[in-house]
Design a binder for this molecule. Structure first.
Ligand code: NAD
Length: 360
């Protein structure tokens, strides 16, 4: 089977170029094996974009992103540019891409590989076998609601205010992503809100309940966000798909990522309504280890697998990558962030080599 894909590769800053290079090598190997055909075009973004053309999201980079089937993104962030005006800082590139491409659905799987069960700060019996999918709405909620600001009251005191807002259509749209994802997994959705206190999330709960009737094969439950934060640590394996708004999702998805031990292992997808997406590891540009062949490329390689699965409909090729990663970990290879006694310590490139060898 051969499907032609046009992919934008945006390596970004810090370890971004090293890790995306390994993911690209993996995709190229799959292409060489005849699983897909590929055109890859690379463009600068973040600090690299600013240095190349004075803006973290150069126009040519945005054009490439818009005209591609999917985007493989490394990481952005460069401490030496932190004094720039906010709109020119590297991190603005990712916000710009989300807005311009209407990437409203953020999918973050959190799963434990058997070899890494000991790497979590939770007891191995609590996390071993963990496989959950957190789905966060990405373009609405209190992060974008208006009005917002800091005003001065009559008595001279300052007051900060933001607006939490969700339209029904926005809730339905992210709800559908969650129910559809559950159909491909364990057929359970837990919707997280704060309906006991917040009107916006009462609407969220009502809309999810109505939508759930269209998916009788998926069991829907509801949970308040404070309880969800606790349950993620107490018994994370009770969840299959967890869906929530932008702010709650921001916090819960970071909490869930830590159940798995290393930030270097977790991929993510941000999708639009037609499943076009931007795929990136959940970590940042890790300037402390950049250019030293120390970074774990697996989160980016697994992001490439998500890209094939969600934006290209190539589930078999995605399975091949994920199984190659499992084989590599089982063989005892480990970058420093996941090193355990008895493992073979390897660098970024050697980890990429091992995954490619396991694709055979
Ligand atoms: P970070 O995720 O870059 O690093 C946190 C820690 O995890 C560091 O010790 C780092 O060495 C380690 N780490 C991260 N990725 C790793 C990998 N693949 N392998 C091994 N170790 C890894 O977070 P930070 O240090 O807070 O931020 C650094 C820069 O990244 C900042 O400029 C920040 O704004 C940016 N950032 C970007 C994104 C993004 O591009 N989506 C996300 C988060 C942070």
């Amino acid at each position: 089977m051969s499907t032609h894909l046009k992919l934008a590769v945006l390596p970004g800053d810090g370890i971004g170029p090293e890790i995306t290079q390994q993911a690209v090598r993996v995709l190229e190997r799959l292409a060489a094996q005849g699983h897909l055909s590929l055109t890859l075009e690379q463009a600068p973004v973040g600090g690299a974009g600013y240095r190349a053309s004075g803006h973290p999201l150069p126009e040519a980079t945005l054009r490439l992103a818009k005209s591609s089937d999917a985007i493989l993104f490394g990481a952005v962030g460069d401490f030496s540019l932190d004094n720039l005006a906010r709109e020119l800082r590297p991190e603005q590139a990712i916000l710009g891409l989300r807005q311009e491409l209407e990437l409203f659905a953020n999918l973050r799987p959190a799963m434990i590989y058997p070899e890494l069960a000991g790497a979590s700060t939770l007891k191995p019996e609590v996390v071993s076998g963990l496989d959950i999918m957190i789905i966060r709405e990405l373009t609405g909620d209190i992060y974008f609601g208006k009005p917002r600001g800091i005003r001065v009251l009559d008595n001279g005191e300052r007051e900060g205010f933001d607006t939490m807002v969700y339209r029904e259509s926005e809730i339905v749209r992210i709800g559908r992503v969650a129910f559809e994802a559950a159909r491909k997994r364990g057929h359970r959705v837990c919707s997280v809100d704060k309906a006991n206190v917040l009107e916006t999330t009462q609407l969220w709960r009502d809309v999810m309940t109505t939508l759930g009737k269209e998916y009788p094969d998926v069991a829907l439950s509801h949970m308040y966000v404070d309880n969800a934060a606790m349950q993620l640590l107490k018994d994370p394996k009770q969840f299959d798909v967890l869906v929530t708004g932008n702010m709650f999702g921001d916090i819960l998805s970071d909490e869930a990522s830590m159940l798995t031990g290393s930030i270097g292992m977790l991929p993510s997808a941000s999708l639009d309504a037609r499943n076009k997406g931007l795929y990136e590891p959940i970590h940042g540009s890790a300037p402390d280890i950049a250019g030293k062949n120390l970074a774990n490329p697996l989160a980016t390689i697994l992001s490439a697998a998500m890209l094939l699965r969600y934006s290209c409909g190539l589930a078999q090729a995605a399975d091949k990558i994920e199984s190659a990663v499992r084989k590599t970990l089982a063989s005892g290879m480990a970058t420093p962030d996941i090193y355990r006694e008895g493992c073979q310590r390897v660098g970024t490139v050697e980890m990429g080599d091992a995954v490619i060898a396991a694709l055979a």
